[in-house]
Design a protein around this ligand. Structure first.
Ligand SMILES: Cc1cc2nc3c(=O)[nH]c(=O)nc-3n(C[C@H](O)[C@H](O)[C@H](O)COP(=O)(O)O)c2cc1C
Length: 349
Protein backbone atom coordinates (compact mmCIF):
# COMPACT_ATOMS: atom_id res chain seq x y z
CA UNK A 1 0.00 0.00 0.00
CA UNK A 2 1.15 3.57 -0.65
CA UNK A 3 2.28 5.82 2.18
CA UNK A 4 -0.73 8.06 1.62
CA UNK A 5 -4.19 8.09 3.02
CA UNK A 6 -7.25 6.18 1.82
CA UNK A 7 -10.55 7.95 2.34
CA UNK A 8 -13.76 5.94 2.33
CA UNK A 9 -16.83 8.17 2.07
CA UNK A 10 -20.12 6.75 3.29
CA UNK A 11 -22.96 9.16 2.63
CA UNK A 12 -22.42 12.80 1.70
CA UNK A 13 -23.16 16.29 2.91
CA UNK A 14 -22.12 19.74 1.79
CA UNK A 15 -20.44 20.35 5.17
CA UNK A 16 -18.44 17.12 4.89
CA UNK A 17 -17.22 18.23 1.42
CA UNK A 18 -15.89 21.46 2.90
CA UNK A 19 -14.45 19.72 5.96
CA UNK A 20 -12.54 17.19 3.85
CA UNK A 21 -11.15 19.90 1.60
CA UNK A 22 -9.79 21.64 4.69
CA UNK A 23 -8.62 18.55 6.60
CA UNK A 24 -6.92 16.87 3.63
CA UNK A 25 -5.29 19.90 2.05
CA UNK A 26 -1.75 19.06 0.91
CA UNK A 27 -2.15 15.33 1.61
CA UNK A 28 -1.68 12.47 -0.80
CA UNK A 29 -5.18 10.98 -0.81
CA UNK A 30 -6.91 8.14 -2.63
CA UNK A 31 -10.70 8.15 -2.46
CA UNK A 32 -12.12 4.63 -2.42
CA UNK A 33 -15.70 3.74 -3.22
CA UNK A 34 -17.27 1.74 -0.35
CA UNK A 35 -17.20 -1.45 -2.43
CA UNK A 36 -13.43 -0.93 -2.87
CA UNK A 37 -12.92 -2.56 0.53
CA UNK A 38 -14.15 -5.90 -0.77
CA UNK A 39 -10.71 -6.75 -2.22
CA UNK A 40 -9.06 -5.98 1.12
CA UNK A 41 -7.05 -2.94 2.18
CA UNK A 42 -3.98 -4.11 4.06
CA UNK A 43 -1.34 -2.12 5.97
CA UNK A 44 -3.06 1.14 4.97
CA UNK A 45 -4.07 4.36 6.70
CA UNK A 46 -7.81 4.80 6.30
CA UNK A 47 -10.09 7.71 7.08
CA UNK A 48 -13.78 6.82 7.16
CA UNK A 49 -15.84 9.93 6.36
CA UNK A 50 -19.46 9.24 7.24
CA UNK A 51 -22.45 11.54 6.74
CA UNK A 52 -25.72 10.79 8.50
CA UNK A 53 -28.96 12.66 8.03
CA UNK A 54 -31.99 13.06 10.28
CA UNK A 55 -32.98 9.46 9.55
CA UNK A 56 -29.54 8.00 10.31
CA UNK A 57 -27.06 6.14 8.12
CA UNK A 58 -27.61 5.57 4.44
CA UNK A 59 -27.37 2.41 2.35
CA UNK A 60 -23.66 2.53 1.47
CA UNK A 61 -22.94 2.50 5.22
CA UNK A 62 -25.01 -0.65 5.74
CA UNK A 63 -23.41 -2.32 2.70
CA UNK A 64 -19.99 -1.51 4.13
CA UNK A 65 -20.84 -3.05 7.50
CA UNK A 66 -21.93 -6.24 5.78
CA UNK A 67 -18.82 -6.23 3.63
CA UNK A 68 -16.51 -5.79 6.63
CA UNK A 69 -18.33 -8.53 8.52
CA UNK A 70 -18.33 -10.91 5.57
CA UNK A 71 -14.72 -10.59 4.39
CA UNK A 72 -12.66 -12.00 7.26
CA UNK A 73 -9.66 -9.82 7.99
CA UNK A 74 -10.02 -7.56 4.95
CA UNK A 75 -8.42 -4.62 6.83
CA UNK A 76 -5.52 -6.60 8.30
CA UNK A 77 -2.66 -4.36 9.42
CA UNK A 78 -4.51 -1.14 8.63
CA UNK A 79 -5.01 1.77 11.00
CA UNK A 80 -8.01 4.06 10.84
CA UNK A 81 -9.90 7.03 12.20
CA UNK A 82 -13.44 8.28 11.64
CA UNK A 83 -15.25 11.54 10.97
CA UNK A 84 -19.02 11.53 11.27
CA UNK A 85 -21.02 14.54 10.13
CA UNK A 86 -24.66 14.74 11.18
CA UNK A 87 -27.51 16.88 9.93
CA UNK A 88 -29.31 16.45 13.23
CA UNK A 89 -28.41 15.78 16.87
CA UNK A 90 -28.81 11.98 16.70
CA UNK A 91 -27.08 8.93 15.18
CA UNK A 92 -23.50 10.25 14.82
CA UNK A 93 -22.07 8.33 17.79
CA UNK A 94 -23.99 5.12 17.17
CA UNK A 95 -22.88 5.11 13.51
CA UNK A 96 -19.26 5.54 14.57
CA UNK A 97 -19.44 2.76 17.16
CA UNK A 98 -20.99 0.29 14.78
CA UNK A 99 -18.49 1.03 12.02
CA UNK A 100 -15.45 0.94 14.30
CA UNK A 101 -16.37 -2.38 15.90
CA UNK A 102 -16.93 -4.02 12.51
CA UNK A 103 -13.71 -2.61 11.05
CA UNK A 104 -11.83 -3.63 14.19
CA UNK A 105 -13.11 -7.19 13.86
CA UNK A 106 -11.88 -7.09 10.25
CA UNK A 107 -8.33 -6.43 11.50
CA UNK A 108 -8.16 -2.64 11.76
CA UNK A 109 -6.44 -0.76 14.58
CA UNK A 110 -7.96 2.54 15.74
CA UNK A 111 -6.06 5.42 17.27
CA UNK A 112 -6.94 6.51 20.76
CA UNK A 113 -9.69 9.13 20.33
CA UNK A 114 -10.30 8.12 16.71
CA UNK A 115 -13.59 9.98 16.21
CA UNK A 116 -14.35 13.56 15.25
CA UNK A 117 -18.08 14.10 15.08
CA UNK A 118 -20.18 17.07 14.18
CA UNK A 119 -23.76 17.02 15.32
CA UNK A 120 -26.15 19.06 13.18
CA UNK A 121 -25.92 22.17 15.36
CA UNK A 122 -22.20 21.66 16.18
CA UNK A 123 -23.08 22.41 19.79
CA UNK A 124 -20.83 19.46 20.67
CA UNK A 125 -17.85 21.70 19.76
CA UNK A 126 -18.71 24.52 22.13
CA UNK A 127 -16.34 23.79 25.03
CA UNK A 128 -13.24 23.37 22.88
CA UNK A 129 -14.31 26.30 20.68
CA UNK A 130 -14.31 28.54 23.74
CA UNK A 131 -10.87 27.27 24.75
CA UNK A 132 -9.43 27.76 21.24
CA UNK A 133 -11.32 31.00 20.63
CA UNK A 134 -12.66 29.67 17.32
CA UNK A 135 -16.16 29.34 15.88
CA UNK A 136 -17.86 25.98 16.33
CA UNK A 137 -17.28 25.10 12.67
CA UNK A 138 -13.64 26.19 12.74
CA UNK A 139 -13.16 24.01 15.83
CA UNK A 140 -14.75 21.02 14.09
CA UNK A 141 -12.62 21.43 10.97
CA UNK A 142 -9.46 21.95 13.04
CA UNK A 143 -10.15 18.76 14.97
CA UNK A 144 -10.63 16.87 11.70
CA UNK A 145 -7.32 18.14 10.35
CA UNK A 146 -5.55 17.20 13.60
CA UNK A 147 -7.10 13.74 13.41
CA UNK A 148 -5.66 13.24 9.91
CA UNK A 149 -2.22 14.33 11.18
CA UNK A 150 -2.42 11.92 14.12
CA UNK A 151 -3.53 9.09 11.86
CA UNK A 152 -0.63 9.58 9.47
CA UNK A 153 1.88 9.95 12.32
CA UNK A 154 0.69 6.89 14.27
CA UNK A 155 3.39 4.33 15.14
CA UNK A 156 2.37 1.15 16.94
CA UNK A 157 4.09 0.60 20.28
CA UNK A 158 5.77 -2.69 21.22
CA UNK A 159 7.25 -3.61 24.60
CA UNK A 160 10.18 -5.73 25.90
CA UNK A 161 8.21 -6.81 28.96
CA UNK A 162 4.59 -5.91 28.32
CA UNK A 163 2.63 -5.07 31.47
CA UNK A 164 -0.93 -6.37 31.19
CA UNK A 165 -3.51 -5.26 33.73
CA UNK A 166 -6.62 -7.45 33.96
CA UNK A 167 -9.61 -5.67 35.52
CA UNK A 168 -12.88 -7.26 36.58
CA UNK A 169 -15.67 -6.67 39.07
CA UNK A 170 -16.52 -10.21 40.00
CA UNK A 171 -16.28 -11.93 43.36
CA UNK A 172 -17.96 -15.04 41.98
CA UNK A 173 -15.54 -17.98 42.19
CA UNK A 174 -17.26 -19.55 39.18
CA UNK A 175 -17.28 -16.39 37.06
CA UNK A 176 -17.10 -17.16 33.35
CA UNK A 177 -15.30 -13.95 32.46
CA UNK A 178 -12.71 -14.37 35.22
CA UNK A 179 -12.02 -17.94 34.14
CA UNK A 180 -11.48 -16.83 30.53
CA UNK A 181 -9.31 -13.90 31.60
CA UNK A 182 -7.08 -16.03 33.82
CA UNK A 183 -6.72 -18.62 31.06
CA UNK A 184 -5.56 -15.86 28.72
CA UNK A 185 -3.00 -14.53 31.20
CA UNK A 186 -1.70 -18.08 31.76
CA UNK A 187 -1.07 -18.37 28.00
CA UNK A 188 1.01 -15.18 27.70
CA UNK A 189 4.81 -15.57 27.42
CA UNK A 190 6.93 -15.54 30.58
CA UNK A 191 8.39 -12.12 29.93
CA UNK A 192 4.92 -10.56 30.23
CA UNK A 193 4.15 -8.94 33.59
CA UNK A 194 0.50 -9.44 34.39
CA UNK A 195 -1.59 -8.18 37.24
CA UNK A 196 -5.23 -8.74 38.22
CA UNK A 197 -7.43 -6.19 39.95
CA UNK A 198 -10.93 -6.89 41.17
CA UNK A 199 -13.38 -4.04 41.77
CA UNK A 200 -15.37 -5.57 44.58
CA UNK A 201 -18.97 -4.66 45.20
CA UNK A 202 -19.61 -1.86 47.65
CA UNK A 203 -16.22 -0.14 47.54
CA UNK A 204 -16.77 1.85 44.35
CA UNK A 205 -18.34 5.29 44.13
CA UNK A 206 -19.36 6.48 40.69
CA UNK A 207 -17.87 9.75 39.40
CA UNK A 208 -19.35 12.80 41.16
CA UNK A 209 -18.95 15.06 38.13
CA UNK A 210 -16.72 17.69 39.76
CA UNK A 211 -15.63 20.65 37.65
CA UNK A 212 -12.57 20.17 35.43
CA UNK A 213 -10.56 22.41 37.77
CA UNK A 214 -11.59 20.46 40.89
CA UNK A 215 -10.86 17.12 39.19
CA UNK A 216 -7.42 18.35 38.13
CA UNK A 217 -6.75 19.73 41.61
CA UNK A 218 -7.52 16.36 43.23
CA UNK A 219 -5.64 14.47 40.49
CA UNK A 220 -2.47 16.45 41.19
CA UNK A 221 -2.49 14.93 44.68
CA UNK A 222 -3.18 11.46 43.21
CA UNK A 223 -6.72 11.35 44.49
CA UNK A 224 -10.26 12.43 43.66
CA UNK A 225 -13.27 13.68 45.65
CA UNK A 226 -14.07 10.14 46.75
CA UNK A 227 -10.55 8.69 46.96
CA UNK A 228 -10.67 5.05 48.04
CA UNK A 229 -9.55 1.98 46.10
CA UNK A 230 -10.06 3.52 42.66
CA UNK A 231 -7.74 6.43 43.42
CA UNK A 232 -5.24 4.51 45.52
CA UNK A 233 -4.94 1.28 43.61
CA UNK A 234 -6.78 1.09 40.32
CA UNK A 235 -5.88 4.37 38.59
CA UNK A 236 -2.15 4.06 39.47
CA UNK A 237 -2.20 0.49 38.11
CA UNK A 238 -3.77 1.75 34.87
CA UNK A 239 -1.16 4.51 34.67
CA UNK A 240 1.59 1.90 35.01
CA UNK A 241 0.36 -0.68 32.47
CA UNK A 242 0.87 -1.11 28.73
CA UNK A 243 -2.40 -2.92 28.11
CA UNK A 244 -5.70 -3.31 29.90
CA UNK A 245 -7.76 -6.48 29.67
CA UNK A 246 -11.31 -5.71 30.77
CA UNK A 247 -13.52 -8.65 31.76
CA UNK A 248 -17.13 -7.73 31.07
CA UNK A 249 -20.12 -9.97 31.70
CA UNK A 250 -23.20 -8.72 29.90
CA UNK A 251 -25.50 -7.13 32.47
CA UNK A 252 -28.66 -5.92 30.75
CA UNK A 253 -26.77 -5.40 27.51
CA UNK A 254 -24.17 -3.22 29.18
CA UNK A 255 -21.07 -3.54 31.35
CA UNK A 256 -21.76 -3.97 35.06
CA UNK A 257 -22.16 -0.95 37.32
CA UNK A 258 -18.72 -1.17 38.94
CA UNK A 259 -16.95 -1.33 35.59
CA UNK A 260 -19.01 1.66 34.42
CA UNK A 261 -18.11 3.55 37.59
CA UNK A 262 -14.43 2.92 36.84
CA UNK A 263 -14.84 4.27 33.28
CA UNK A 264 -16.36 7.42 34.73
CA UNK A 265 -13.71 7.81 37.43
CA UNK A 266 -10.93 7.44 34.82
CA UNK A 267 -11.50 11.09 33.91
CA UNK A 268 -9.40 11.76 37.01
CA UNK A 269 -6.44 10.13 35.25
CA UNK A 270 -7.19 11.71 31.91
CA UNK A 271 -7.04 15.27 33.18
CA UNK A 272 -3.34 14.62 33.79
CA UNK A 273 -2.32 12.42 30.86
CA UNK A 274 -3.64 10.85 27.68
CA UNK A 275 -3.76 7.07 27.54
CA UNK A 276 -2.84 6.62 23.86
CA UNK A 277 0.28 4.65 24.84
CA UNK A 278 -1.90 1.84 26.22
CA UNK A 279 -3.83 -0.86 24.39
CA UNK A 280 -7.33 -2.04 25.18
CA UNK A 281 -8.36 -5.70 25.15
CA UNK A 282 -11.66 -7.13 26.34
CA UNK A 283 -13.44 -10.36 27.18
CA UNK A 284 -17.23 -10.16 26.97
CA UNK A 285 -19.55 -12.97 27.98
CA UNK A 286 -23.32 -12.88 27.50
CA UNK A 287 -25.75 -15.43 28.87
CA UNK A 288 -27.92 -15.19 25.75
CA UNK A 289 -26.97 -12.49 23.24
CA UNK A 290 -25.78 -8.92 22.84
CA UNK A 291 -21.99 -9.22 23.32
CA UNK A 292 -21.45 -6.78 20.46
CA UNK A 293 -23.38 -4.13 22.42
CA UNK A 294 -21.14 -4.60 25.44
CA UNK A 295 -17.98 -4.58 23.29
CA UNK A 296 -19.16 -1.32 21.69
CA UNK A 297 -19.69 0.22 25.08
CA UNK A 298 -16.22 -0.82 26.27
CA UNK A 299 -14.64 0.48 23.08
CA UNK A 300 -16.67 3.71 23.14
CA UNK A 301 -15.80 4.53 26.72
CA UNK A 302 -12.11 3.68 26.65
CA UNK A 303 -11.00 4.27 23.07
CA UNK A 304 -13.35 7.05 21.90
CA UNK A 305 -13.55 8.91 25.21
CA UNK A 306 -10.54 7.91 27.27
CA UNK A 307 -7.97 7.88 24.41
CA UNK A 308 -6.79 4.24 24.76
CA UNK A 309 -5.53 2.64 21.52
CA UNK A 310 -7.78 -0.06 20.08
CA UNK A 311 -5.70 -2.90 18.62
CA UNK A 312 -7.13 -5.02 15.80
CA UNK A 313 -9.67 -7.60 16.99
CA UNK A 314 -9.54 -6.23 20.52
CA UNK A 315 -12.28 -8.33 22.04
CA UNK A 316 -13.00 -12.01 22.67
CA UNK A 317 -16.75 -12.60 22.83
CA UNK A 318 -18.38 -15.75 24.17
CA UNK A 319 -21.88 -16.90 25.07
CA UNK A 320 -22.24 -18.83 28.33
CA UNK A 321 -24.98 -18.52 30.89
CA UNK A 322 -24.48 -20.72 33.92
CA UNK A 323 -21.65 -20.08 36.38
CA UNK A 324 -18.60 -22.04 35.34
CA UNK A 325 -20.05 -23.05 31.98
CA UNK A 326 -17.59 -21.12 29.77
CA UNK A 327 -14.98 -23.83 30.22
CA UNK A 328 -17.35 -26.34 28.60
CA UNK A 329 -17.90 -24.30 25.41
CA UNK A 330 -16.92 -26.21 22.28
CA UNK A 331 -13.58 -25.00 20.90
CA UNK A 332 -12.96 -22.54 23.72
CA UNK A 333 -9.39 -23.76 24.35
CA UNK A 334 -8.49 -23.08 20.71
CA UNK A 335 -10.07 -19.63 20.83
CA UNK A 336 -8.16 -18.86 24.04
CA UNK A 337 -4.89 -20.01 22.44
CA UNK A 338 -5.56 -17.82 19.42
CA UNK A 339 -6.55 -14.74 21.40
CA UNK A 340 -3.52 -15.01 23.72
CA UNK A 341 -1.24 -15.42 20.68
CA UNK A 342 -2.92 -12.39 19.12
CA UNK A 343 -2.35 -10.27 22.27
CA UNK A 344 1.26 -11.42 22.27
CA UNK A 345 1.80 -10.47 18.64
CA UNK A 346 0.47 -6.96 19.31
CA UNK A 347 2.37 -6.27 22.52
CA UNK A 348 5.68 -8.13 22.16
CA UNK A 349 8.67 -6.26 20.75
C1 LIG B 1 -27.72 -8.80 36.61
C2 LIG B 1 -27.50 -9.65 35.40
C3 LIG B 1 -27.95 -9.20 34.18
C4 LIG B 1 -27.73 -9.96 33.03
N1 LIG B 1 -28.18 -9.49 31.83
C5 LIG B 1 -27.93 -10.19 30.69
C6 LIG B 1 -28.35 -9.70 29.42
O1 LIG B 1 -28.95 -8.64 29.30
N2 LIG B 1 -28.10 -10.46 28.33
C7 LIG B 1 -27.42 -11.64 28.40
O2 LIG B 1 -27.19 -12.26 27.38
N3 LIG B 1 -27.01 -12.14 29.62
C8 LIG B 1 -27.25 -11.46 30.75
N4 LIG B 1 -26.83 -11.95 31.98
C9 LIG B 1 -26.10 -13.22 32.00
C10 LIG B 1 -24.59 -13.04 32.12
O3 LIG B 1 -24.10 -12.21 31.13
C11 LIG B 1 -23.89 -14.41 32.01
O4 LIG B 1 -24.38 -15.24 33.02
C12 LIG B 1 -22.37 -14.33 32.09
O5 LIG B 1 -21.84 -15.64 31.88
C13 LIG B 1 -21.93 -13.84 33.45
O6 LIG B 1 -20.51 -13.76 33.50
P1 LIG B 1 -19.74 -13.95 34.88
O7 LIG B 1 -19.96 -15.40 35.27
O8 LIG B 1 -18.33 -13.64 34.61
O9 LIG B 1 -20.39 -13.02 35.86
C14 LIG B 1 -27.07 -11.22 33.12
C15 LIG B 1 -26.63 -11.67 34.37
C16 LIG B 1 -26.83 -10.89 35.50
C17 LIG B 1 -26.36 -11.40 36.83
Amino acid sequence: MSGGLYVVRLGSSERMDRLLRYALEGREVTFLPPDGLSCGLYEARILFAVAVDALGVEESFLRTLRLLRGNGDCLRGSTAAVIVDGSDELYTKSAAQELVLSANMAGCTFLGKPLVEGTGSLYNQHILARRLDLSWEETYFTRARDLVSRLLAYEPLRFDNPRVLMIHASDNKRSNTVWLGRELLARLPENFISREISLQNGTIHDCRGCSYAACLHFAQSDTCFYGGAISQEVLPAIRDCDAMLFLCPNYNDAVSANIMALFNRMTNLLVQQELTDKYLFGVVVSGYSGSDLVARQLMGALCFNKTVTLPAQFCMMETAHDPGSAKQLGGVETRLDRFAAHMTSILQK
